[in-house]
Design a protein around this ligand. Structure first.
Ligand SMILES: [Zn+2]
Length: 325
């Protein structure tokens, strides 16, 4: 365990600042607004500091992103619904315990079916066909959204093709690349593939993938061989190992030390020590810590590695829990 102090209050302040500046965020970040909201809300939730009072404005803001075709846009600016924004909007609504009666589950499934390509992959939007962006990240977002949509719908995506696409992303190293034919596997795309396969009832080859993932640990984790450590890979690789029921193979003290060293004095986490914090690395650092035995000592909520959400939030999104009062 690192000697570094966990800067809990600074992190709470950091995520609150991220949320408070969102309405005035620069225009070029507009498509990412819902994603920044998700990271900030989820970070506060893991810290046990998500104050849901005054949540109505946020909830309304999120519902207004739901398009007629069943997906969600990434910002209030008119534009097509987008698969990653749909995933993050659903997670943000669940984190806020929004009553989900306004969720168009039937439309959501239609949206996912419209995004699915002939080869089983998913495009970010039905209006954005083209193989370049159809990667394991899109498959993961689709797999989570499908699990939510199934509650109200008998129709489905082509699950067999979706699994086959993911299987074809496996490289000679035993881990997963973004798309079939990409030679090099990467930690983030491996997490997305392994977690999506889990959600879609598929089977990943545990042995080879585990070996590749374990070899990515230096102290923290690197994204691929020859690269530097980066806290987000503590989640991508650690989360993939947890999904494969191999979390105990992580050298947890070394991983925890690296992540805590990446804390910023103003709160939040950079990708590595001395880097400026951003919402993405700040949330994934906490999610990675939540998967380690240090979690209780640090006072973090446990998460389901496959869903990248606390267990009760996952259950809420799946519809097995009622709205909190
Ligand atoms: Zn990173």
């Amino acid at each position: 365990m690192s000697q570094r102090t966990f800067k809990r209050n600074a992190h709470i302040g950091y995520f609150k600042r991220c949320l408070s500046v969102l309405p005035q965020a620069a225009e070029e970040h507009d498509v990412n607004r819902v994603t920044i909201a998700f990271f900030s809300l989820a970070g506060l939730e893991l810290l046990g500091a998500l104050d849901r009072t005054g949540r109505d404005g946020w909830i309304e803001w999120l519902w207004n992103l739901q398009e007629a075709d069943g997906g969600f846009r990434g910002s209030p600016i008119p534009g097509p619904a987008h698969l990653p924004s749909t995933y993050t909007a659903l997670c943000a609504l669940a984190l806020l315990r929004a009553p989900l009666d306004r969720l168009d589950r039937r439309g959501l499934m239609r949206f996912l079916r419209a995004c699915q390509a002939e080869d089983g992959s998913f495009s970010p939007s039905p209006r954005m066909p083209g193989a370049f962006q159809n990667d394991t990240r899109m498959s993961y977002c689709a797999a989570v959204a499908r699990a939510v949509a199934l509650g109200g719908e008998t129709e489905d995506i082509d699950v067999e093709k979706a699994r086959a696409f993911l299987t074809r992303c496996r490289t000679w190293e035993g881990a997963y690349a973004a798309r079939p034919g990409v030679v090099e596997a990467q930690g983030g795309t491996t997490y997305c593939a392994v977690a999506a396969l889990n959600l879609l009832g598929g089977v990943a080859d545990v042995g080879e993938t585990t070996r590749w993932l374990v070899q990515r640990q230096l102290g923290g984790f690197q994204g691929r061989p020859g690269k530097l450590e980066d806290v987000c890979y503590s989640f991508w690789c650690g989360g993939a190992l947890a999904t494969l029921n191999q979390a105990e193979l992580v050298n947890s003290p070394a991983n925890t030390s690296f992540i805590l060293d990446a804390q910023s004095p103003i709160g939040g986490f950079g990708k590595a020590p001395s880097d400026f914090p951003d919402p993405f690395h700040s949330y994934l650092a906490l999610a990675a810590l939540a998967l380690t035995p240090a979690r209780e000592e640090l006072g973090l909520k446990a998460i389901d590695a496959v869903w990248n959400l606390p267990f009760d939030v996952r259950d809420y999104l799946m519809g097995s829990a009622g709205p909190s009062q």
